[in-house]
Write a protein that binds this ligand. Structure first.
Ligand code: AMP
Length: 637
């Protein structure tokens, strides 16, 4: 067996040879003539001259050997339905969807926005876009009209694929009215909307614009739509993520680099093998869903479980904290991927549920998206008795940056550490102010990646190269390096520990949110003069958002009923603009916010006070009374 150290070294010292080897894991229509073009840093082109297709590699390629094997297992504990699509079935559905999109005018390079719950049609739509060379842009179904509108505006989709609604905890959640409102708010209007009607909530169709998938599917039931061979660097998709400004960033990814990166990670990191079942509990609205619900497992020839529902509700809609383990047993899942928050939810269930099912097929559970705390890791590790592997990455990277490459060398994990740098990632720790490299164990610095970034990493920000360079590559003085905006340290064995964000991004139950987006929504309330939103540590969700609001008329503060009403109104506003995921846990009213003398909001100081920590050096603070108010308000939380 190759040692991981050698494997990693080759990837950094001889990237061309390393990634040319990995390219053999996918099928090409035309071979590439250059592995890595890094002539114009920080932009990198992988596999120039080559042509391939993501959908071909995820679906068509497997028809020869495993047409009759399960590919997509769509399970919903919300509707109590379960359906298995073989690779042959999936091939048929994807072609029907591709033909429908084409009939609605979608051509190569056009954008298709997908706003859908976790249903099979969402995967069909993604794969259909990849098949015909359209750029898909999946927006998380939990986002509301405001967030959706800004994404429609930016992506300018020709067609939007959506559905009547989703469901959570047995309660139907209408999507269509939110979509209609978002289209109304956006200055860009899609030419057509394609809707999967699940019969969950009634919906009004806009004549001439809205079409039903059930009807188009019938029209195109026998459609044969060949894969469009795409240049390696052709854009496969964009996915929006939060940053420090209110405007979300469209993370843009290529075709061939992404396909190779996923194929390689399925082999070297997840050790998932063709014919087995992979189960990621994420959502297609997040990058994990793109990479490890849809493309990754399918490229590897694995069946993938797409699960709609809570981790605590059974197929009969009754409470069942063992539903995931039931699925592991039933489908003989070998590799599972989830998030620490989900495990913390399960931790509150009967521990006997972990021994009730036959979980002998499971080889490892990977967890990502937020810090994995030691008690949670120990609890699940003792319960499942398989390796629990933390992995650290970002929407931008598309696949893990730090973890354990289980398929190369199953090195031991260390509690509290997501692991060591993955092949292709030249990860360093730099001093935030001087840019000096920190090499001594235990030194805290900003986690950065030196270019060229590996295949699968973001190409740029959709239609904004300048923002890509300025945001990610220019934050460390004097160095052109990619900043993850996370603090980290490394121990003597090379294991990294992530200590939180350097910017104003917070992480609620694994969902990344920009505090600025939430502040912008709250500021829109007629009675709000000023607002500060910070992330505060929470035992279940990792972090929750707390909002501190200065009212235009501070006399209201004496009236607790009026304050309660305002708090509810503000929360409702955030729900409507951004979605319930972004709703602050509490809104507290103050007469002033802690700021520097130059007027900059001291979010980190507010956060420290909220968490009962030392607020550090306060010499630059303008008004100490403002901080005292935050302290007082927290005591009443
Ligand atoms: P997202 O782009 O939504 O995946 O969020 C990425 C951010 O989540 C990272 O920059 C980290 O702050 C955090 N994150 C993701 N995975 C981990 C992990 N395993 N440990 C600690 N933080 C993590």
């Amino acid at each position: 067996m190759t040692s991981y150290a050698d494997f990693y070294r080759q990837s950094i010292d001889q990237p061309d040879a390393f990634w040319a080897d990995q390219a053999g894991l996918i099928e090409w229509h035309k071979p590439f003539d250059r592995v890595c073009n890094y002539d114009n840093p920080p932009f990198v082109n992988w596999y120039e001259g080559g042509q391939t297709n993501l959908c071909h590699n995820a679906v068509d390629r497997h028809l020869l050997d495993r047409a009759g094997q399960p590919a997509l297992i769509a399970v919903s504990s919300e509707t109590g339905t379960e359906k298995i699509y073989t690779f042959a079935d999936l091939h048929g559905e994807v072609q029907r969807m591709a033909a429908s999109l084409k009939a609605l005018g979608v051509e190569k390079g056009d954008r298709v926005l997908i706003y859908m719950p976790m249903i099979a049609e969402a995967a069909f739509a993604m794969l259909a876009c990849a098949r015909i060379g359209a750029v898909h842009c999946v927006v998380f179904g939990g986002f509301a009209s405001g967030s959706l509108a800004s994404r429609i505006e930016d992506a300018a989709p020709k067609v939007i694929v959506s559905s009547d609604g989703g469901s959570r905890g047995g309660k139907a959640l209408p999507y269509k009215p939110l979509l209609d409102e978002a289209i109304r708010l956006s200055s860009h209007k899609p030419g057509a909307v394609l809707l999967a009607d699940r019969g969950l909530t009634p919906m009004d169709l806009v004549a001439g614009r809205d079409h039903l998938w059930s009807e188009l599917r019938t029209t195109h039931v026998d459609a044969q739509v060949p894969c469009e061979w795409l240049d390696s660097t052709a854009i496969s998709y964009t996915i929006y993520t939060s940053g420090t400004t209110g405007k979300p960033k469209g993370v843009q990814r290529d075709t061939a680099g992404y396909a190779v990166a996923l194929a390689a990670s399925m082999k070297h990191i997840f050790d998932g093998r063709a014919g087995e079942t992979f189960f990621s509990t994420s959502d297609i609205g997040w990058v994990v869903g793109h990479s490890y619900i849809v493309y990754g497992p399918l490229i590897a020839g694995m069946a993938t479980i797409m699960y709609e529902g809570l981790p605590t509700q059974g197929m009969d809609k009754k409470p069942n904290g063992g539903i995931w383990w039931e699925l592991v047993e039933k489908y003989k899942v070998t590799v599972m991927f989830s998030a620490p928050t989900a495990v913390r939810v399960l931790k509150k269930q009967d521990p006997a549920l972990l021994t009730k099912y036959d979980l002998s097929s499971l080889r490892a559970l990977f967890l990502a998206g937020e810090p994995l705390d030691e008690p949670t890791a120990r609890w699940i590790s003792e319960g499942l008795r398989v390796p629990i592997i933390d992995n650290y990455w970002q929407t931008e990277s598309g696949w893990p940056i730090l973890t354990i490459a289980n398929g190369v060398e199953p090195k031991p994990s260390k509690f509290g550490s997501p692991g060591i740098p993955m092949y292709g990632y030249n990860v360093k720790l730099l001093h935030e102010a001087t840019g000096e490299e920190l090499t001594a164990p235990g030194e805290k610095g900003v986690v950065v990646i030196e270019g060229p970034t590996p295949p699968g990493f973001m190409q740029t920000i959709w239609q904004d190269d300048a923002r890509f360079v300025n945001t990610y590559w220019k934050s460390i003085p004097g160095k052109l390096v990619y900043s993850t905006f996370d603090w980290g340290i490394r121990d003597a064995d090379g294991y990294f520990f992530i200590l939180g964000r350097t910017d104003d991004v917070i992480n609620v139950a694994g969902h990344r949110l920009g505090t600025r987006e939430i502040e912008e929504s709250i500021s829109g309330h007629g009675q709000v003069a000023e607002v500060a939103v910070v992330g505060v540590a929470d035992g279940l969700k990792g972090q929750v958002a707390m909002a501190f609001v200065v009212l235009k008329d501070s006399s209201v503060m004496g009236d607790s009923a009026a304050c309660g009403k305002l708090e509810a109104e503000i929360m409702k506003r955030v729900d409507g603009d951004l979605g319930a995921v972004a709703r602050p846990a509490r809104v507290r009213f103050v007469t002033a916010l802690p700021k520097t003398r130059s007027g900059k909001l001291l979010r980190r100081v507010i956060q420290a006070v909220c968490e009962g920590r030392d607020a550090g050096d306060l010499t630059s603070m303008d008004d100490p009374g403002a901080l005292q108010q935050i302290r007082d308000r927290m005591e009443t939380v």
